[in-house]
Design a protein around this ligand. Structure first.
Ligand code: NAD
Ligand code: WQD
Length: 339
């Protein structure tokens, strides 16, 4: 199958692109490199032994996106491209709505105009908002609490309306929980720009000596050890979920939504301990105040994905930390060579 992958140079996109190539698909990656490095795709090609086509393009350039879809003969699109930093989205809401929503609309117009009606979209567990019953099923009400999350919720609405208006579309909305880890080779992984927002990349940078200690955001939550609980999922399990969704859409029309998580929660202190075990020495940390907007506990009920897609995550926290550490240790400054 010929697949267009938007945002394919990024963290989840590069791992999924690798899986697509390994499964024999032909891949064109569209990315403006605003949060990624082309080196990721060089390594994806090295690992797979196959080549892909790269287009440095911004989804906000509607004409260029439409031209690519006109000439591409694509059977499907996997749409990762978007901005994803929660705090930044609070400070720059217009940039987030413009990039994520207008970028998606440009993509959808191009797909519609050129007869491509199969789409896998990167949604997020963030659409569920805070303080809901766990495990979260796909039926939980949507209640995003920040502009980034609302871009995902709005795009889900747009895609739902599109699927209702034109029943030729096949659309998967994949709600990821907390993606972590790296390909087992250690060649590709997450390479955040600046100070990491997310726990695992921060812990990894402490482990490699780029930062002094992890700040644990609150130990007074109603959880076993008082720290926040999340459903961390290995990025390679997540990548496999995209291929499963693509396969499901091949002979079905409609709009489908699935949680992609493990169904198990881990606390911040459990993650710090598991990462320390992978590294072979304890990770220094300090308890500080809660981060505004954080929920106490979030984890998935992933049973719909198992039933519909025969997909389940099977890598555990130990492997997530080992693989994340292998990547960080062998690439202490990520993909950049200048430190
Ligand atoms: P990432 O930043 O590594 O990848 C996103 C890619 O999109 C980057 O390569 C970036 O350069 C590109 N991009 C952004 N805006 C673009 C535009 N206008 N035109 C072209 N390219 C553009 O992020 P990721 O972690 O790989 O996330 C991929 C998707 O999954 C995003 O949509 C994100 O919101 C979603 N998601 C991520 C997480 C997570 O914790 N990583 C969780 C849930 C959902
Ligand atoms: C995990 C836990 C923190 C950093 C975010 C987005 C969500 C999705 C995934 C895209 C929490 C604690 C964190 C630190 C800490 N992204 N923590 N010290 O907040 O569950 O989800 O990423 O869709 O939209 O909101 O993930 O990794 O930031 O935090 O103690 O330095 O670690 O309080 O309990 P989160 P996270």
């Amino acid at each position: 199958m010929k697949v267009l992958v938007t945002g394919g140079a990024g963290y989840i996109g590069s791992h999924t692109t690798l899986c697509l190539l390994e499964e024999g698909h032909n891949v064109v990656v569209l990315d403006n490199l605003v949060n990624s490095n082309l080196e990721s795709l060089r390594r994806v090609q090295q690992l797979s032994g196959r080549s892909l086509e790269f287009r440095e393009l911004d989804l906000l350039n509607a004409e260029a996106v439409s031209n690519l879809l006109a000439e591409g003969n694509f059977e499907a699109v996997i749409h990762f491209a978007g901005l994803k930093a929660v705090g930044e989205s609070v400070e720059q809401p217009l940039r987030y709505y413009q990039n994520n929503i207008v970028g998606t609309l440009n993509l959808l117009h191009g797909m519609e105009a050129h007869g491509v009606r199969r789409l896998v979209f990167s949604s997020s567990a963030t659409v569920y908002g805070a303080s809901q019953d766990v495990p979260l099923t796909e039926k939980a009400p949507l209640d995003a609490t920040n502009p980034y999350g609302r871009t995902k919720e709005h795009i889900e609405d747009i895609l739902t309306d599109l699927g209702a208006a034109d029943t030729d579309w096949s659309i998967a909305l994949l709600r990821y929980f907390n993606p972590v880890g790296a390909h087992e080779s250690g060649l590709i992984g997450e390479d955040p720009v600046g100070v990491p927002n997310n726990l695992l990349p921060f812990v990894a940078q402490v482990a490699v000596g780029r930062r002094n200690k992890v700040m644990v955001f609150g130990d007074d939550y109603p959880t076993a050890d008082g720290t926040g609980v999340r459903d961390y999922i290995h990025v390679m399990d997540l990548a496999a979920g995209h291929l499963a969704a693509l396969g499901y859409l091949a002979n079905r029309k409609g709009v489908f939504r699935w949680n992609l998580g493990t169904g198990r929660g881990s606390s911040v202190l459990e993650v710090i301990e598991a990462f320390g075990a992978a590294v072979g020495r304890p990770i220094p940390y300090e308890i500080t105040g809660r981060r505004p907007g954080d929920s106490a506990v979030s984890y998935a009920d992933p049973s719909a994905a198992l039933a519909d897609l025969s997909w389940a995550a099977h890598r555990d926290l130990r492997q997530m930390c080992q693989d994340h550490w292998r990547w960080q240790q062998t690439n202490p400054v990520g993909y950049s060579s200048d430190g």
